[in-house]
Ligand binder design. Structure first.
Ligand SMILES: *[C@@H]1O[C@H](CO)[C@@H](O)[C@H](O)[C@H]1NC(C)=O
Ligand SMILES: *[C@@H]1O[C@H](CO)[C@@H](O)[C@H](O)[C@H]1NC(C)=O
Ligand SMILES: *[C@@H]1O[C@H](CO)[C@@H](O)[C@H](O)[C@H]1NC(C)=O
Ligand SMILES: *[C@@H]1O[C@H](CO)[C@@H](O)[C@H](O)[C@H]1NC(C)=O
Ligand SMILES: *[C@@H]1O[C@H](CO)[C@@H](O)[C@H](O)[C@H]1NC(C)=O
Ligand SMILES: *[C@@H]1O[C@H](CO)[C@@H](O)[C@H](O)[C@H]1NC(C)=O
Ligand SMILES: *[C@@H]1O[C@H](CO)[C@@H](O)[C@H](O)[C@H]1NC(C)=O
Length: 904
């Protein structure tokens, strides 16, 4: 079978026609009630839904490397030694230990030293997805002091809650539902001066989708009730797939009802409610009455989100009807709820509510013949996490430094928030990410060479590494620290000479440099001095030359100063052009691009020119042609926002120009141009399968960051191979993001009248329904992935202008993967890995956005794909008959059942 496509070609026009007809398929449902039977498909398609295996369960204070299965919950707890390196293990006092006591409460880790001690959790799912974090605390007089401690609990840099006890046997459980901004979550205990902090156990669970997402902030558990429970037991894992804890609750003047029916269908709501919770409910004892109950919050400022879960448990007769409304503090919150027989529905407050009391009344509507019911309820307190953590690159660099030199035992949690680590000073950027500006590691016993990590703290102004045992040369990369004003390397064992770039800065006075007391003298003038010292010269003789040099330097300085006017201007200008995030004038742009001499591309928003900054950095300058109607203020705001978006896989913006009609953006220059050109250019070396996968992973990570790492999320709107740039290492970056509007989190879907995007990559649902969500980018990404796999353009001119998706689909249904894959790969790939990639791509392109995966999921699966390629590379080539690796089953059910991967 050749590659040629012989089926009925679905032309682009047909494709678009289908898209327009698809308007009818767009559902208009977005209301308070989430019935979500239609969500089942896209959630249910993934395996491991009921698996908390990838979550973290820590019993704090048990011996290192110990783990056990709790006999009640069947949860496997491990020791905390891998998550923290401070604190001491303690057992609670024997009189508090009893048969029924949960095993996790028998020991604690206590933190008598240090103001702040942190657990470092690295869940495999990373950031951008929602986690439940739960801490357990029982004092049990473990330190035999008898005094009940009080301390604070932090998630990252933000206060989660305070921990207080009523008595020594009081078990305090704190729970928070949190969307982290970084891949690493720090849970910190802060000593507030009222006793030694300690912790009994710590758990982290992962929610798979958008349930419990709110516009901003995190949700601290206030109440979670299994209403009308007949067992009086707490329900949690395994009945609750997410391991929420449901506490039994009875409403006054009400009776319990239940169903004995098999109730598998009850958990098919996106909240995955446990059947045992949903199969009991309460109704008023008086048939005409209402369900009334209230909670004292005690504080009018606190904000709450409320989730109420309902399921009809009685099989109703024809003349029976159950319908009710909910009032909260006298205002109707939800109207005419009709619970579904043995299916769960959830009512959510669509914004936060306040009040010193939360007074609920659930009453039947006039045409209802049956009283209201309530099956389960959750109330959460909103905690606004305003403070952004320290810049991720700075954090990474500091962690590398901490590890490679084994320093900073007290370095716990975030470097800059809520207080600075010892030896650090950070910039105060309000609620935005702080940056590290000063690092003092003098007399810290550092050995080995100067680590590359220092050069990654780009905002560093002051670096003191004096009085250590650092060896080898002073590395060139320190000159990347363009903001550096002071560098102290004295009293080490460094040799060689200082890099000339640093020397220049020292000589012209922009850098204070101390290098005395090393093996070599590092600076040339001083080298001469050393030679003389070697031949043992009298003190006077060594003094004289250094005095001369000193004098010479002063004269040199004065000379430089004399030339002031011109030079100074130039250097200010130079400084501007060099530093990050700057505004450029139009004349700067003209000089950077040498009057727009070299056009290197045409993008959706304008022309792209090649140019050089004053310091020789190559840049790409995009002049925006179509934004003239947009106010320049708006452009400026957006450019400044975008300059704060930093990610390895997003093209970094160096600066912008905003002078009337002349609006431009200056990007880092990417040597290998864009992926579209690279794929189609016959003269370029063919990208092998692994390189393609890596590019896909890179691009997916960039998008994932825009969607889930940015607040508010950014929809790219124009994802295509032409907007994926490659540097000389073939690392991919997404370009051109964010010129489209930022969209508010609370409106899940968004209507706009003008459709933006590129033909071939345009999400058909967006095109026909004008509703934009981040799933539109997922569609476009699917097309990009297909291009990487097939090597074809999105619209295949060579095949009757067929759209690539329509070309792949019929071949795929014949099950022959080799007809799809780019022939230039000459069969050099792992078939399983290609299959999986095709599956991922096809999962991205259904008509309905809700059926497409999130970018989190795409990244995760592509990484598996890449691993598969790495792992199987050797074995695969040897035994082409190999079965699938155990875990590589497709996550995309419909594809898998139609045609499983078949090694050929
Ligand atoms: C300890 O405090 C808890 C919570 O307030 C309470 O339920 C329990 O009865 C108390 N125990 C004793 C022994 O006082
Ligand atoms: C369900 O309710 C009935 C009374 O309506 C009661 O007899 C029965 O024990 C309950 N079943 C469960 C499992 O609680
Ligand atoms: C409930 O109200 C209806 C109409 O108001 C009345 O006919 C009925 O008797 C009432 N039932 C009870 C139990 O009070
Ligand atoms: C019952 O009445 C409410 C208004 O009170 C109305 O919205 C609803 O559609 C009615 N339901 C039925 C089944 O008639
Ligand atoms: C940190 O830097 C600020 C501003 O440069 C300065 O005022 C402050 O004294 C520094 N703090 C420490 C502890 O060095
Ligand atoms: C240098 O470091 C050592 C410990 O590493 C310390 O004892 C000594 O006082 C330090 N000297 C100076 C001048 O800071
Ligand atoms: C000093 O020299 C460095 C490197 O050549 C240059 O980048 C910097 O602008 C100069 N500073 C001044 C104040 O002349």
């Amino acid at each position: 079978m050749g590659l040629e496509y012989r089926g009925r070609a679905a032309s682009v026009i047909q494709f678009l026609l289908a898209a327009v007809l698809g308007i009818w398929a767009c559902t208009e449902s977005f209301c308070v009630l989430a019935s979500d039977k239609n969500l089942v498909n896209h959630n249910g398609g993934r395996r491991k839904l009921h698996d908390i295996g990838s979550s973290i369960s820590i019993d704090c204070g048990i011996p290192e490397d110990f783990s056990y299965t709790d006999n009640k919950t069947h949860i496997i707890y491990t020791s905390d030694s891998k998550f923290i390196d401070t604190g001491i293990n303690k057992n609670i006092s024997p009189e508090f230990n009893s048969e029924d006591l949960q095993q996790v409460l028998e020991n604690v880790r206590s933190f008598p030293h240090g103001k702040r001690n942190c657990y470092t959790l690295k869940p495999p799912q990373g950031k951008g997805t929602i986690y439940l974090i739960r801490g357990y605390f029982m004092y049990g007089n473990y330190d035999e002091s008898g005094g009940l401690p009080e301390f604070d609990l932090y998630v990252g840099v933000n206060l989660w809650d305070s921990v207080k006890f009523d008595n020594a046997s009081h078990v305090v459980i704190k729970e928070i539902i949190h969307l982290p901004l970084l891949d690493t979550i720090h849970v910190c205990l802060l000593d507030t001066g009222f006793g030694t902090p300690f912790i009994s156990a710590l758990e982290l669970r992962h929610f798979h989708d958008s349930s419990y997402r709110i516009p901003s902030g995190s949700l601290v558990l206030y109440k979670r009730f299994d209403v009308g429970s007949t067992t009086n037991q707490i329900v949690r894992y395994k009945e609750d797939a997410f391991d929420r804890m449901w506490f039994p609750y009875n409403i006054p003047s009400s009776v319990s009802i239940n169903t004995s029916f098999p109730v598998g269908s009850l958990n098919e709501n996106e909240y995955k409610l446990p059947s045992s919770v949903m199969k009991t409910a309460m109704r008023p004892s008086d048939a005409n009455g209402s369900l009334d109950f209230e909670f004292d919050t005690g504080d009018p400022i606190l904000e709450f989100y409320i989730y109420m879960h309902f399921a009809e448990l009685e099989s109703l007769q024809r003349n029976q009807h159950r319908e009710f409304s909910i009032e909260l503090n006298g205002n109707t919150w939800a109207n005419s709820i009709v619970p579904d027989y043995l299916h769960s529905i959830t009512a959510i407050t669509n914004q936060s509510v306040r009040g010193t009391k939360l007074r609920f009344s659930i009453y039947k509507t006039s045409n209802s013949t049956l009283p209201p019911i309530l099956n389960a309820m959750e109330i959460y307190l909103v905690r606004d996490f305003l403070q952004a953590p320290t810049d991720q690159e700075d954090v990474n660099a500091m962690m590398e430094i901490k590890e490679s030199y084994r320093v900073g035992k007290s370095w716990q949690g975030d470097p800059c928030e809520p207080n600075y680590w010892d030896g650090l000073n950070c910039s105060d950027n309000g609620y935005d990410s702080p940056r590290i500006v000063s690092l003092n590691l003098a007399s810290s016993g550092l050995t080995g060479k100067i680590s590359l990590s220092f050069s990654k703290i780009r905002t560093l102004q002051y670096l003191d590494l004096s009085n250590n045992s650092l060896t080898e040369q002073v590395p060139e990369f320190l000159s990347r620290l363009s903001k550096l004003k002071t560098l102290n390397l004295s009293n080490n064992k460094l040799s060689g000479s200082i890099p000339s770039s640093l020397k220049e800065r020292f000589i012209n006075g922009s850098l204070l440099l101390s290098v005395d007391g090393n093996v070599d003298c590092l600076i040339d003038p001083c080298k001469k001095q050393k030679k003389k010292r070697n031949i043992v010269v009298p003190v006077v003789a060594t003094l004289v030359p250094s005095l001369i040099i000193f004098a010479a330097l002063i004269i040199f300085w004065l000379c430089k100063r004399k030339q002031a006017p011109v030079k100074v201007l130039e250097s200010i200008n130079g400084g501007l052009l060099k530093s990050n995030n700057q505004q450029f004038t139009y004349s700067d742009i003209v000089s950077i691009t040498k009057n727009f001499q070299s056009l290197i591309g045409k993008g959706g928003f304008g022309m792209v020119y090649h140019g050089y900054l004053n310091d020789g950095t190559q840049v790409a300058v995009k002049m925006l042609s179509t934004l003239s109607s947009q106010s320049s203020m708006q452009f400026q705001n957006e450019a400044q926002l975008l300059m704060r978006v930093h990610h390895r896989n997003l093209a970094s913006i160096i600066g912008y120009c905003n002078e009337g009609e002349n609006m431009g953006i200056i990007f880092e220059y990417m040597a290998y141009g864009n992926l579209e050109d690279y794929l189609s250019d016959e003269t370029k070396e063919v990208l092998n399968w692994k390189e393609r996968l890596q590019i896909a992973v890179d691009a997916a990570q960039g998008l994932e960051y825009l969607h889930h790492g940015c607040k508010p999320p950014i929809i790219h709107r124009d994802v295509k191979t032409a907007n994926i740039l490659l540097n000389a290492n073939l690392d991919a970056q997404i370009a051109d993001f964010g010129f489209s509007r930022f969209f508010p989190l609370e409106s899940v879907s968004h209507s706009s009248t003008t459709v933006v995007g590129t033909f071939g990559y345009l999400d058909p649902e967006y095109y026909s329904c004008h509703r934009l969500t981040e799933k539109s980018d997922v569609y476009s990404f699917g097309v990009v992935l297909l291009q990487l796999i097939t090597g074809h353009p999105a619209i295949m001119k060579s095949h009757n202008s067929t759209h690539i998706v329509e070309w792949v689909r019929p071949i795929l249904s014949r099950g022959d993967i080799r007809d799809i894959v780019d022939p230039r790969l000459q069969g050099n790939f792992n078939t399983n890995s290609v299959w999986k990639a095709v599956e991922i791509a096809m999962a991205c392109v259904p008509f309905k956005g809700t059926e497409r995966p999130t970018m989190n999921l795409v990244v995760m699966d592509l990484k598996q794909c890449l691993e598969m390629e790495n792992d199987c590379k050797q074995t695969w080539e040897m035994e082409s008959q190999t079965l699938l690796p155990a875990d590589s089953g497709s996550y995309y059910m419909d594809l898998e059942t139609e045609m499983g991967p078949q090694p050929r």
